[in-house]
Ligand binder design. Sequence first.
Ligand code: B1M
Length: 212
Amino acid sequence: MKESFEDLKNKVISGNQSESIAAVKKLIEEGENAKEIIDGALVPAMDTVGEKFQKNEFFIPELLVAGRAMEACMKILQPLLSAGDVKPRGTVLIGTVKGDLHDIGKNIVSAMLKGAGFEIIDIGTDVPPAKFADEVAARKPDVLGLSALLTTTMRAMKDTIEELKRKGVRDSVKIMVGGAPLTQQYADEIGADAYGRDAADAVKRAKELVGV
Ligand code: B1M
């Protein structure tokens, strides 16, 4: 890993917001690409934080401050991710499922989709199945994006799809699911139309879903 990326990664791991922001701004000034900064420093930082949490070297406060440092960096990088081509490609309604508060990945996916020309309606985190179904009925998006980061909340994706069926709107929308614990097999099992492995893959899948 480049020394400057390693430096940013360590600042995010230690949860130092102001130093993380300064390091991101410096990388941008030096001509680094937003996507490379995310994939090369910020995501590896979150992976290390997750590993430390699993090994009981980090606890919730460390998880929180590192997450906030990552979010602060993302505020600077998101507009750069979104500055892509602007051909309108369709609307994506996106949210993190019930019981789950993780939104960093969802926000990256949203920014990349926006950059690829999709209109994004982000309905936030901890979204109950009924809310997803009501929003689909009211806003008629082309794609519904469901994100989950916990093995315990993955099942809310299935509940959401069932609720869409119950309300008679399942066939009006294509459904894409994603998040670290997900697999193509799980997506198939619950009847989703696509599985996005990461943000770049999510863009590819969304384009396929709307036929562009
Ligand atoms: Co939490 N957390 N967390 N956490 N957290 C994980 C996910 C965990 C793996 C850490 C660990 O133990 N190693 C673990 C889950 C274990 C499991 O279920 N298997 C965990 C846990 C246990 C918890 C709590 C339960 C801890 C507790 O309270 N005891 C708790 C749950 C709270 C809740 O949601 N109800 C909790 C809380 C938190 C914070 C709030 C402190 C914070 C979140 C802040 C925020 O999101 N605003 C947090 C963080 C930061 C993490 C880690 C460290 C980082 C997550 C992250 O942002 N990754 C995480 C460890 C890890 O992921 N390595 C962990 C970076 C992000 C870019 O990746 O989100 O995977 P990701 O998104 C990717 C892809 O998955 C994909 O594209 C994205 C970009 O490439 N993708 C999609 C995501 N959504 C998609 C949707 C798509 C397509 C692709 O289509 C629609």
